[in-house]
Design a protein around this ligand. Sequence first.
Ligand SMILES: CC(C)(COP(=O)(O)OP(=O)(O)OC[C@H]1O[C@@H](n2cnc3c(N)ncnc32)[C@H](O)[C@@H]1OP(=O)(O)O)[C@@H](O)C(=O)NCCC(=O)NCCS
Length: 146
Amino acid sequence: MNCQILGNESQKEITELFTSVFTSSKGEKEGKLIGKLSSALASNIDNEEIICFGVYENESLISSVFFTRLKFNDPIKVYMLAPVAVSTEHQRKGIGQALINYGLDELKKRSVSIVVTYGDPSFYSKVGFQALSENEEFGVKPTIYT
Ligand SMILES: CC(C)(COP(=O)(O)OP(=O)(O)OC[C@H]1O[C@@H](n2cnc3c(N)ncnc32)[C@H](O)[C@@H]1OP(=O)(O)O)[C@@H](O)C(=O)NCCC(=O)NCCS
C-alpha cells in the first residue's frame, strides 16, 4: 500500500473524498460539514502544524487522515487525529488502520509525545488508542509514546 504525505495541491481530491465518504456514512449534512472542514484543513497543510497523509490506488485518492498540532505553554508535542476517511468501496480491508499506523510512525520520528482523537473506541483501539471514560478529567483517547 502506498501511503504518502499530502500537500495542499491535493485539496480538491481530499475535499471530494471526505465529502463523499461522510455523505454515504452519516448523511448529506455531515458530508457537507466534514467536506468543509477537510477543505479548510487541506488549504492550510504545512506538514508541521497540519499534517495530512493519503493512499492512492490507480491514481485516485482512496484514504486520507489529518493530524493537527495542539499547542500548550509546555513545549510537549501533541497532535489530534481527525478526520479520517476510507472511500466507501475500500472500507474494512485494513486501509484505515494501515494509513493511521503510517501517520503515527511518522509522528514518532518527529518526536511527537502524545496523539489524541475521538470516535469509536472499537476502531481506534486497533491502532493503539486507549479509551478514557467520560468520568475522567479529559474526554480524549491518547496514544502516549514512551
Ligand atoms: C472508520 C474508517 C476510517 C475505518 O477504516 P477501514 O479501512 O474501513 O478500517 P480497517 O479495515 O482498517 O479496520 C476495520 C476494523 O475496525 C473495526 N471497526 C470498528 N468500528 C468500525 C467502523 N465504524 N468502520 C470500520 N471499522 C470499524 C472493526 O473491528 C473492523 O474490523 P472488521 O471489518 O473485521 O469488523 C472507515 O471505515 C471510514 O472512513 N468510515 C466512514 C467515515 C468515518 O466514520 N470516519 C471516522 C470518524 S472521523
